[in-house]
Design a protein. Sequence first.
Length: 230
Amino acid sequence: MFRVPEGAIGDWAHRLVEHGVPHDVPVKRFGETVLAFRDPDGMRLAVVGVPGIEAEPAWAEGGVPVEHAIRGFHGVSLLVADAAPTGAILGDVFGFREIGREETLVRYRAEGAAQGAIVDLRVAGGFLPARQGTGSVHHIAFRAADDAAQEQMVRKLAQNHGIRTTEQRDRNYFRSVYFREPGHVLFEIATDVPGFAVDEPADSLGQALKLPPGLEMQRARIEAVLPELA
């Protein structure tokens, strides 16, 4: 889910029609207007009209007027058979708080955060386990300030929920551990450190393709299949 100003939903509906993108009729959910659509691979996405976020920073160099532009991630929606055990981990380990229920949805919010602060648990039984592939999300990542904060989360998972994570993996810009929550969704806990400025100046971030050392030998092949971004 991507967050946009509340008054931008009409513009986004028009934009989806203009570009032939399959989408649903906007609906109200937890006091926000949700416009769901599918990407070319069939993945379900949505823009969410959020009240009072007009002043949040927005990208001004794209094809969308800045007053209607995406402000960032709003959150994610997970399909689970039982919300309680997943919700317990969100609260105990990650500091989320349940803030509402509507029909089959249970909404959690991260305390002290604005963007990317929402996790919706949609309760539905009788589904076969998902298979990884095109049009699916690989994992959901949660932040830890540093190694110590990550280790504290790992201990809580083991002691309070009987869940063990993978060993820590160095991702160059952050360090990660992974585990499957009770609904079998893959969760990642990633440190904020050392950060994306570890191998280039902060003022030039995003201007060149950066690859981890293990993939540098495959740069030509990777660049050949990437879509044009600018």
